[in-house]
Design a protein around this ligand. Structure first.
Ligand code: TXA
Ligand code: MG
Length: 333
């Protein structure tokens, strides 16, 4: 695959609430071009999911390995039905409970979905996003949109339009700016193609919430090196900031005592007097607030040229599982 020229486009950023901009997004998507759009989780890089040529542009712009499949975004169970070859009762129950929302369901794929979307696999992930801008674009397009997070491959997902421009500026024609994403981390991915539903990627819809609807849910084990990946999102060293990220074990104060004050710190507590305030990033104490601000903080650390980021240990509890997962990956742990 040829590498997209970095300056093939002068990337326009338009306010998402401008009807003209929405029309421009729909027109570009109809022509097989890419548009970055806000979702409730992170910004997505959308293309017509029915078009192999359009989807190829996603892989090119992101520098994404061809073996990593994309999530197909739909705005109704009816549209989902056109993308999948089976709609088991578990899917119907989950869609009833959590759609629109941050849950992607892996199901057998329909012939209408080209192989490039699913990385040659026989399954497809479908998700109904809960964001008025994405919904409006889907409704006007009338076709499903393949959309990975709108970052360069292996970088931190964008939660603001400027994060998209930082990474994909010059590579895509248009970003619709809908402000900061509400949830701030990527959707929960659940595989419904096996005997037991299996959590492939934790998200803000927790294992407990899925079990309350479905009964038993398995958790995917990290793949052994020789096995094919069920979800390439399980690869370590994903979602990384440029800085070296260190998850503190045990007491934060003790770790700070050993650390250099040039390090940046992400914590839920106030900075000690000795720490430079511009290198202390205080995040909310509740999981939802922490998730909303985490990626923005990682992007800010990158912009500030951070070399090392220390992260205070997270509390126990399954509402923190997805955050633990993302931070472990960012740390390459
Ligand atoms: O919240 C989200 O899910 C965002 C927004 C834009 O919707 N999208 C997103 O897409 O995070 P992406 O491509 O960055 O992550 C999709 C994850 C990857 O880990 C991918 O391997 C997995 O979903 N995935 C996609 N299709 C799959 C399939 N058929 N089987 C297993 N895993 C799949
Ligand atoms: Mg991604």
């Amino acid at each position: 695959m040829t590498e997209a020229s970095e300056h093939a486009f002068s990337t326009e950023v338009q306010p998402a609430d401008d009807p003209g901009a929405l029309g421009q997004a729909v027109e570009l998507l109809g022509q097989g071009q890419l548009v970055a759009l806000p979702t409730e989780t992170v910004y997505g890089l959308a293309a017509d999911a029915r078009s192999p040529g359009a989807v190829a542009r996603i892989f090119e712009a992101k520098g994404r390995p061809a073996g990593n499949p994309l999530i197909v975004h739909i705005d109704s169970v009816e549209m989902a039905d056109g993308c999948v070859a089976a709609w088991p009762s578990a899917a119907a129950q989950l869609a009833g409970a959590f759609w629109p929302g941050p849950l992607s369901l892996v199901l057998p794929k329909a012939d209408s979905i080209p192989d490039i979307v699913t990385a040659g696999g026989t399954t497809v992930a479908v998700r109904c996003p809960a964001h008025p801008v994405f919904s409006a674009v889907l409704a006007k397009c009338g076709f499903p949109l393949a959309a990975p997070s709108a970052n360069r491959s292996n970088r931190v997902s964008p939660t603001r339009a400027e994060h998209v421009v930082d990474q994909l500026g010059g590579r895509i024609p248009l970003v619709l700016d809908g402000g900061a994403c509400d949830l701030g981390i990527e959707s929960t991915v659940l595989d419904l193609t096996g005997d037991t539903p299996t959590l492939l990627r934790p998200g803000m819809i927790s294992l407990g919430q899925l079990q309350a609807v479905l009964g038993p849910v398995a958790t995917a084990k990290p793949p052994a090196a020789a096995e094919p990946l069920k979800s390439p999102g399980q690869l370590q060293q994903h979602y990384s900031p440029r800085a070296k990220l260190i998850l503190v074990e045990g007491d934060l104060d003790a770790a700070l005592g050993q650390a250099d004050v040039t390090a940046h710190v992400i914590a839920r507590t106030a900075a000690p007097a000795a720490w430079p305030s511009e290198r202390w990033h205080r995040l909310p104490d509740a999981a939802a607030g922490f998730a909303r601000e985490l990626y923005d903080t990682l992007h800010r650390c990158d912009r500030l040229g951070a070399e090392t980021i220390l992260v205070q240990p997270l509390p126990d509890g399954d509402e923190w599982d997805a955050l633990r997962n993302r931070l472990n990956r960012a740390a390459g742990a």
